[in-house]
Design a protein around this ligand. Structure first.
Ligand code: GLV
Ligand code: MN
Ligand code: MN
Length: 420
């Protein structure tokens, strides 16, 4: 804690500033062929390959690198006092389908750069520093998100490992293909007391920083997210010969349930609700749909809004499809409550932002993050850098190199405050 301003303040375009952005762009080249945007989904061959680059970058930054049984890549810089709990920095490098280059990778590369700057200046932190590229933060075909950080928190159950994707593969099998070891998943859990704090830099994915003309935000809390899979089963029939009043149309039931989910998201201004995934069978223009599977997701910072929405959704699913002669089943995929960021870490991040010349906003996050899982183990806090036009989960996602640099500087300053 004695050392202040031990790192030079790189100006935009400086060698150090250019390096973190160059790493980001190198990773961004590793995309799934034939997919839109900058797609690198968890369990894709390109994601597996891209992590060789992350491994190499961690290694050349002087970190000892390992992969844990959950497939997390962990780079370690040993501290001078190994008995002190470690400081963890991390995020993820998988993307949504058709996603961008910054959601996730920005935090991993900034974390790596922060630790690299400390190492380059000969700084040996008191605390051990860990840089973690958590496996698969985005929702996947098994219906869950934050696979790696969930395992680190001890929240990846054997039930999760038995989940199957559309091809019949289990999550355990997919994890093994990523170099994980599902039989040893319990060893990926970080025991209480091993981590002092978790910091994550991330792009804002909204417009509040841009509109306020600010370069940084300190996150106050992260919205809770509930996801439910709804399976609807009607009857396949000929689209020409079946009269309109003799159909059990699973697609129309799904459409009505989806509109109901939208209404739930519009109540009270306290949350948002989305149906972003819908699968149909047989999905043919001349067959009344037999089956529809959709995922309803809603988010709020208010636990009672989330609980009320659970009940209203259940009611919707019980009543609406039945009126159409369609059977319905609801299964919860995940129910994460809101996460509060640590007051103490927030003040460290506020001071670190000011140290690099920024007056930060304080914002709640409507996006989910690995930090939510890490909060089960240790205090967490997050820094946001701006997203141009607020665009995210799309190819247009963008943050200027100078903005990435300012975030990296503030993160480095925070590491200095917490670990040196
Ligand atoms: C993660 O990107 C999420 O908010 O769903
Ligand atoms: Mn995302
Ligand atoms: Mn993310």
């Amino acid at each position: 804690m004695a050392v202040r301003n031990w790192y030079p303040l790189p100006v935009a375009g400086s060698e150090a500033g250019g390096r973190v952005f160059a790493d980001l762009m190198r990773l961004a080249e590793m995309v799934e062929p034939g997919q839109p945007g900058w797609t690198r989904r968890v369990f894709s061959p390109e994601y597996l390959k891209s992590r060789e680059l992350v491994w190499e970058l961690m290694g050349s930054a002087g970190l000892e690198v390992r992969r844990d049984p959950a497939g997390n890549l962990i780079g370690t810089l040993q501290g001078a006092s190994p008995d002190q709990p470690a400081l963890i920095l991390g995020s993820h490098t998988d993307t949504v389908a058709g996603g961008g280059r910054f959601d996730g990778p920005c935090g991993v590369m900034a974390a790596l750069e922060a630790v690299r700057r400390i190492g380059e200046r000969g700084g040996r932190p008191q605390r051990t520093l860990l840089v973690v590229d958590f496996l698969g933060e985005e929702p996947n075909d098994f219906g869950i998100s934050c696979v790696g950080s969930r395992a680190a928190a001890g929240h990846l159950s054997s039930g999760h490992l038995r989940l199957r994707d559309g091809s019949g593969r289990t999550l355990a099998e997919a994890l093994a293909q990523m170099g994980g070891d599902p039989d040893r998943i319990a060893e990926a859990r970080w025991p209480q007391g091993t981590a002092s704090a978790y910091l994550e830099l991330h792009v804002e994915q909204g417009t509040r920083l841009e509109e306020a003309g600010r370069g940084l935000a300190v996150v106050t809390a992260i919205a809770g997210i509930h996801r439910a899979e709804i399976r609807l089963e009607g009857r396949a029939d000929h689209s020409g010969t079946t009269p309109m009043d003799r159909r059990s149309d699973a697609l129309l039931a799904a459409a009505e349930v989806s509109l109901g989910v939208e209404r739930l998201g519009r109540r009270g201004g306290l949350g948002v609700a989305t149906v972003g995934r819908l699968e149909l069978e047989p999905n043919s223009p001349n067959v009344v749909a037999e089956r529809a599977t959709l995922i309803a997701e809603y988010r709020s910072g208010d636990p009672s809004w989330l609980a009320a929405t659970d009940a209203l959704l259940q009611e919707e699913v019980t009543q609406v499809p039945a009126r159409r002669g369609v059977r319905a089943q609801l299964a919860w995929l995940s129910r994460e409550g809101p996460t509060l960021c640590s007051e103490e870490l927030r003040s460290v991040l506020l001071a670190s932002a000011r140290e690099v010349g920024e007056e930060p906003l304080e914002l709640a996050s409507w996006a989910g993050h690995d930090a939510v899982q890490m909060a089960a183990i240790c205090p967490v806090a997050m820094l946001f850098v701006p997203s141009r036009g607020g665009r995210s989960h799309c190819p247009e996602e963008w943050t200027d190199p100078e903005q990435v640099e300012v975030g990296t500087m503030a993160l480095t300053a925070a590491v200095a405050r917490l670990a040196l």
